[in-house]
Design a protein around this ligand. Sequence first.
Ligand SMILES: Cc1ncc(COP(=O)(O)O)c(C=O)c1O
Length: 362
Amino acid sequence: MPVPLFDTKTPLAPLREALHAKAAEVLDAGRYILGPEVDAFEAELAAHLGTPHAIGVANGTDALVLALRAMGVGPGDDVVVPSFTFYASAEAVAVIGANPIFCDVDPATFCVTPETVKAALTPHTKVVMVVHLFGNIAPVEAIAALGVPVLEDAAQAAGSRTADGRRAGALGAASTFSFFPSKNLGAFGDGGAVATADDALAERVRMLRFHGSRDKVSFELVGHNSRLDELQAALLRLELPHLDAWCDGRRAAAAHYDAAGLGELAALPEPVDGCDPAWHLYVIRHERPDALGAAFAGRGIGCKRYYTVPLHRQEAMRPWGDVALPGTDEAARTHIAIPMSPVLTREQAGEVVAAVRDADLG
Ligand SMILES: Cc1ncc(COP(=O)(O)O)c(C=O)c1O
């Protein structure tokens, strides 16, 4: 039985007619940029997160750039960022002339810890960017207690929450989301958002997404053209009410893996203390990830090794790459993502676990 690495189509199938009707409505209405759908989606996302402001932007990378700038980060400032993450997390720091100061992760959770962040702080650290990698939630409050504002890169953690019911993306000074189609909340193209409880910071992001202007006539900042468009916002509005149920499906999929005995064969991702992840990707660790990959490929099971070259070892990050990050290197060497989706069945999980059990690891 082939099992895809992720499945975005099946969860959306019941919404197909509503999505098509909504797309037609927006096309016919003729308002495509910063109109009523974006306003409504921003209000609904903010309510979902339990934070006063959500601002739609063009994608998750721009969300990071705009949030960092709105937090006052500029050329020469230091921003602590993990090395074991998607490239955009550090790229957003470097593109505004700031220095990504790479910190380590705990390979068991794939997230930064207060200890790894503390070790990376400098006298010039303006912001700590934590990444809620794979849907886990980095310990924001303990990191904020170190005294530097925390920006949450929640691109992979829409729908993840803490045990006491707060959302990833509502824990730090500001947070960012990506609505890339394969994400937990995925658009039909690019999209992103910044969320914050800080009125002034929200106002700066709103200005920065529109060329640094409040009124489209006077320009107070050198900004960007980075807007979530009406069509994406309208479609995301139809999806948002289903996000929690989809995330419960992801949690159930993780439970299927556990029940099938995967934990005896490989290291399972550990939720950070006090967090209830909606696993965006289900990433296990094994001493022979390539042999596992070959076994999966032989049975039509999707898998992927996402971050085999961590960011501090990437060519473009060479100026900031001279740092020893043993947890990151271990995660990079041993990780492999296996199928995960809101609709992954017990049988599919059993098939994946059987492939691990039968793999030729000699
Ligand atoms: C952790 C992380 N940060 C940032 C991004 C960037 O988001 P986007 O692709 O929407 O620009 C992604 C998405 O791939 C991501 O996974």
